[in-house]
Design a protein around this ligand. Structure first.
Ligand SMILES: Cc1cc2nc3c(=O)[nH]c(=O)nc-3n(C[C@H](O)[C@H](O)[C@H](O)COP(=O)(O)OP(=O)(O)OC[C@H]3O[C@@H](n4cnc5c(N)ncnc54)[C@H](O)[C@@H]3O)c2cc1C
Length: 420
């Protein structure tokens, strides 16, 4: 007869490792925590995250503001963020000698700019709290056994637990998805989030590397799906925060359209003052060449591309364009330029993975989880954390924060579990 409570956590990513540390420290002497990771190492995504720097969290400390960065899960995360939010993660790491720095846009990274700093800290804590870590153990079944759970790994080994946590990351192509369905859970439809848009326009893609500080991207016929922020031209189309945010908020709608859709780009970012200002250029810069005088914030190469698009529609050649001065721009040309500047239309033909960060939208239905403890409302003593839930954030450290927070709650709750 065992006297220690046996906790098994499936998945050694951010959520699983943090939950294991929390359960083992909060339940010290009373719990035995086992972490089963199927891959060859723990915290694989932490290692590659943020371009190898790990964008750990975001400097946003008001839970009501913080939840606004989650296209899915914002309502459910409000309570959890009152329990464990970015400030708590910063303090937790600080108490273990890991200092973070904040970038201008609010993203937070270790001062070392190395994800290994975060990994080393978490691994040290796993060892300090004597978590039993198993690598290369893929869990293939989770079955009810009395009040607890019986697990089997692909090597045929059986594992018994009083409480079990699912922290397996994305449910895309995961056998865990059908296992959970058979336990009575619902998996909300899965779709990629945080991706760049492919646009088959050679002249645009030739501008790869050009960016604007604020643009507004609108999905045509997308019922208000529109995002603002920096935009970057890539060799395949467009990316940058405005695009990534639109891909997150529109994840399901864009999947429904099989990633073929029309967008309008306002290169002035919907800025009314900038819109009002630039038509005055005709008088202000009368003798200057149009190609050499772009509205504020529009790089000259991009400006020339936009002019060429507008003049193409009017049948004006690029040699004429090169010579034209502002004084000679006709009203028809002004309207055409304005259209390209503020509602530049592109056909998106597909998506590209954003290398810095991508996540899956969809996962375990949030209605079926108690967000005070992260315990299943359907299967007692089964807990969830991280990306396997139908929660995802926009880029900026919000996805890891959701993993730390849900891991913290699940770990704390499992440590105080009552078993006979
Ligand atoms: C390239 C990239 C960069 C990113 N950068 C950032 C960033 O800088 N900031 C940010 O906030 N977010 C970032 N993200 C998102 C972030 O990595 C995830 O949201 C986060 O890792 C989710 O943590 P998790 O613990 O839920 O899942 P994961 O980190 O995916 O961990 C799940 C673990 O479970 C294991 N597993 C799965 N099934 C089983 C099974 N049956 N048995 C045993 N083990 C199993 C997997 O091998 C994996 O190790 C990035 C994502 C990617 C892909």
């Amino acid at each position: 007869m065992h006297t220690m409570k046996r906790i098994i956590i499936i998945g050694g990513g951010a959520a699983g490792c943090f939950a294991a540390i929390q359960a083992a420290s909060a339940g010290a002497g009373q719990v035995e925590v086992t972490l089963l990771e199927g891959g060859r190492e723990l915290l694989n995504k932490v290692r590659v995250s943020g371009g190898g720097r790990c964008n750990v969290t975001h400097s946003c400390f008001d839970p009501r503001q913080l939840v606004l960065h989650y296209p899915r899960g914002s309502r459910e995360l409000l309570g959890p963020f009152h329990q464990f939010q970015p400030r708590d993660m910063i303090d937790w790491l600080g108490a273990r000698g890991v200092e973070l720095k904040t970038e201008e846009d609010g993203r937070m990274f270790p001062v070392t700019d190395q994800s290994a700093t975060i990994i080393d800290c978490l691994q040290k804590e796993l060892r300090r709290h004597q978590v039993r870590v198993w690598i290369g153990k893929w869990v293939k079944s989770v079955e009810r056994s009395g009040d607890g759970w019986n697990l089997e790994t692909t090597d045929g080994r059986q594992w018994e637990a009083d409480a079990c946590m699912i922290a397996v990351g994305s449910m895309q192509n995961s056998p865990m998805s059908s296992m959970l369905t058979s336990l009575g859970h619902t998996i909300a439809p899965l779709a990629p989030s945080l991706f760049a848009f492919n646009i088959a326009d050679r002249d645009l893609c030739d501008l790869a590397g050009v960016s604007v500080g604020k643009a507004q991207v609108t999905l045509v016929g997308g019922e208000g799906l529109e995002q603002r922020g920096p935009l970057l031209v890539t060799h395949k189309g467009i990316s940058g925060p405005a695009v990534l945010k639109l891909s997150a908020w529109g994840a399901r709608e864009l999947a429904r359209r099989s990633y073929q859709f029309t967008i309008h780009v306002d290169w002035l970012g919907g800025d009314k003052a900038a819109r009002a200002e630039w038509p005055a250029y005709r008088k202000q810069y009368a003798k200057k060449k149009v190609v050499n005088q772009a509205p504020a914030g529009i790089p000259l190469r991009l400006w020339k591309y936009l002019l060429q698009r507008s003049y193409d529609s009017l049948g004006i050649s690029s040699s004429e364009l090169d010579e034209q001065t502002w004084a000679h721009v006709s009203h028809a040309q002004m309207s055409a330029i304005e259209r390209e500047l503020t509602a530049c239309e592109f056909e998106v033909t597909g998506k590209s993975t954003h290398k810095e960060e991508f996540v899956t939208c969809g996962g375990v239905s949030l209605k079926e989880v108690n967000f005070k403890t992260m315990e299943s409302r359907i299967a007692p003593n089964l807990y969830f954390g991280g990306e396997c839930l139908d929660i995802d954030g926009i880029t900026g450290g919000f996805n890891f924060q959701a993993a730390w927070t849900t891991g913290y709650l699940a770990g704390t709750a499992m440590a105080s579990l009552d078993v006979d």
